[in-house]
Design a protein around this ligand. Structure first.
Ligand code: FUB
Ligand code: ZN
Length: 671
């Protein structure tokens, strides 16, 4: 691994000003975060939680219809109120993610009222913390004697990791260290109990996340113990004897999630589910629960980079390749089955049974951002972009009031209702979930989006994602400013103005979809450099006001899947720039699976500023297979197929399901 000066952009130094992500960032700041605060406090009266088993809501004691109880759990644990714990065993993490999202928002601009609200909440968290530093409202209220006895299922470390991330973020945003101290005490307690020493337990969390939190604690405190503990958890996972077997025996097979995963809860899902089938360094494919995989790999890249562990980094590279070459949907979704929210096997990418959890694609963002910090390859940023502009964005409605947990590439409301195997595929976003991991995960990712835009390596800045913004960036030997103006992802022209005179490199990502056709000019003069590893690096003596204009290929394209993806054989999808497009019933009528896009049809891009908060549509002539003449026939030998000509309207995938319940498909037949 190269010893470089490397950093992602600072959130406070990048303002995403306009365009699609200007709107989305504003929406999260002004609508989503306040709404989620109401949810946490149980004051959002119009929230109707989704109670389908697939979304974990029918937990024992969690099916009575009230959305969260999260703050109430803290009040009860603190002794401020009486009552019982309610919600998922990891309910605390909803508050942690909200606090983290708000911290990033505060980095982008002051908000004294919001800060006061956070300070009060941190006081509450402090009161809920136990004498010895332990913090977890479920165990404090319900099972005080059983701490750390069911790491496989009970998410103590997961909740701690999320709160550590929040603590580090709030400290960075405000300089206030109360939450940081709270979480350092919890981290110290975990460190006293777990580690390689003989007198400690040799365990690791069932759901990875604490690795990320510990690394963030390490970054703000400089205390190496936290980094060591993160590394320990990664290296211990999957070592024999298997820790979860040992604790399972010790607790006499008691299980928390047996109602969901009979007979022994998450333990029954087996070692692959939680990535302990092999030591992490021997893993070559992403196995099991997709979100867990992303968090594990993100933590592993952090640890690899911060400790110079080339072996671990190369394991992460291998896992990344497995994902993007064999296990990821065109939309940047992952997880092919609702059964335990897992990856399945290479090329198994069913469009209708898919899971594609929003959190898993947010996890892709975490993973690829860290890979970019380890080595600057355009492919990582391409994947980041695929996940962000498609599945992550689809995770939230255009008004920020409802959310998808599962992100299908083919949906039919009738089948979702009638076929139990498709019950997890909703066609309308619920306003909340009994298991509410996804909405606040989106919030924290979007409020921290500035970090993802740029990676600095020595005196070069890598532009990972294109959107209008003003950025201040600290390179190794310069502080520079850039301004980016673009209508991306609806136009392919990106104008970058250097606001700082000096000698430094600006590296423009040439996305894989534009590899064949792109053009870059500085002050009207064509650049001679060629891209390498997906980036066009221009090392130049810049004058203030120099302008780079990058033109990417914005012709709508047909995309095909590797024929090993059996569900996409004979089918085509449509993409323009980073956006994957889909057909929706609202534009194309019912029966989308009978539609064909002939090879000869031209794809025409149309700007629709008036529709769905401003989108491009793609228009094309298509065919719809006519019903059999005798509709009572199910099977027939002598059939002459007839087609009707139809005008097809494709919209960006992220904008689907904003016009009521209806069919949708990304892949369509081609003839
Ligand atoms: O287990 C915590 C979160 O709940 C996971 O990351 C999601 O997949 C959901 O299962
Ligand atoms: Zn989720």
């Amino acid at each position: 691994m190269k010893e470089n000066y490397i950093a992602s952009a600072n959130i406070k130094d990048v303002t995403i000003s306009s365009g699609l992500f200007g709107r989305v960032s504003r929406l999260v700041r002004e609508k989503v975060i306040p709404y989620q605060w109401e949810i946490l406090n149980d004051t959002a009266k119009d929230a109707v939680p989704d109670h389908s088993i697939e979304n974990f809501s029918v937990a024992e004691g969690n099916d009575q219809g009230y959305p969260s109880h999260c703050i109430a759990n803290f009040k009860i644990a603190a002794g401020d109120e009486t009552g019982d714990f309610y919600g998922m065993v990891f309910q605390d993490s909803d508050l942690a993610k909200w606090l983290e999202a708000v911290s990033y928002q505060l980095m982008s601009g002051p908000d004294p009222e919001l800060e006061r609200q956070v300070d009060d909440t941190i006081d509450l968290i402090g009161r809920a913390q136990q004498e010895d530093g332990y913090l977890n409202t479920y165990f404090t209220i319900k099972e005080p004697g059983n701490r750390f006895t069911n790491l496989c299922e009970c998410h103590e470390m997961y909740c701690a990791g999320h709160m550590m991330e929040a603590a580090a973020a709030y400290y960075e945003a405000t300089g206030k260290d109360k939450l940081l101290k709270i979480m350092c005490r919890m981290a110290d307690l975990i460190d006293e109990n777990f580690g390689p020493e003989e007198n400690k337990r040799h365990g690791y969390p069932g759901h990875e996340e604490i690795e990320l939190g510990l690394v963030k604690l390490y970054k703000v405190t400089n205390d190496k113990r936290y980094l060591r503990l993160a590394k320990y958890f990664i290296d211990e996972r999957g070592k024999n004897p298997l820790y979860f077997d040992i604790e399972f025996e010790k607790r006499n097979h008691a299980s928390h999630f047996s109602y969901l995963y009979p007979p022994y809860g998450m333990y029954s899902n087996g070692p692959k589910y939680a990535q302990y089938h092999l030591p992490v360094r021997e893993q070559k494919t992403f196995e099991g629960h997709a979100v867990r995989c992303m968090y594990l790999a993100s933590g592993a890249v952090d640890v690899a980079r911060l400790t110079g562990d080339e072996e671990l980094l190369s394991v992460c590279r291998g896992l990344y390749k497995n994902m993007v070459q064999r296990r990821m949907y065109l939309t940047g979704g992952i997880g092919s089955t609702a059964k335990a929210e897992m990856f399945t096997s290479d090329y198994d990418l069913p469009n209708d049974l898919v899971y594609g959890e929003t959190c898993a694609s947010v996890g892709i963002m975490f993973f690829t951002k860290r890979l970019m910090e380890a080595e600057q390859k355009g492919d990582y940023a391409d994947t980041m972009e695929r996940a962000l502009f498609n599945t992550c964005l689809a995770g939230m409605s255009l008004d920020g009031r409802s959310f998808f947990y599962v992100n299908p590439l083919e949906a039919d409301p009738v089948l979702s209702r009638e076929n139990p195997d498709k019950a997890h595929v909703l066609t309308v976003r619920p306003s909340w979930f009994g298991c509410a991991c996804c909405p606040p995960n989106l919030s924290r990712m979007i409020t921290s989006l500035p970090e993802y835009l740029y990676t600095v390596c020595d005196d070069q800045v890598y532009m990972n994602l294109y959107m209008s913004n003003q950025a201040k960036l600290q390179l190794k030997s310069h502080a520079i400013e850039l301004e980016v103006d673009t209508e991306y992802p609806y136009e392919g022209v990106v104008k970058i103005t250097a606001k700082t005179t000096g000698s430094y490199g600006i590296c423009l990502r040439i996305p894989s979809w534009s590899r064949e056709r792109w053009k870059a000019e500085i002050n009207g003069k064509r650049v001679s450099e060629q891209p390498s590893d997906g980036f066009l690096c221009i090392d130049h003596n810049w004058n203030e006001g120099d302008v780079i204009v990058l033109e990417l290929d914005f012709e709508p394209k047909r995309v095909y899947a590797n024929p090993r993806v059996s569900k996409d054989v004979g089918k085509v999808a449509v993409q323009c720039g980073p956006l994957v497009y889909c057909l929706e019933e609202a534009d194309n009528g019912k029966g989308l699976q009978r539609i064909y896009l002939p090879k000869s049809s031209q794809l025409q891009l149309m700007s629709r500023k008036d529709k769905l908060e401003g989108i491009n549509e793609i228009h094309a002539k298509g065919l719809r297979l006519r019903d059999m003449e005798d509709t009572s026939v199910l099977y027939e030998s002598n059939v002459e197929w007839n087609y009707d000509e139809v005008d097809l309207v494709f919209i960006p995938y992220y904008a689907w399901a904003n016009r009521g319940e209806n069919e949708m498909t990304v892949w369509i037949h081609e003839n």
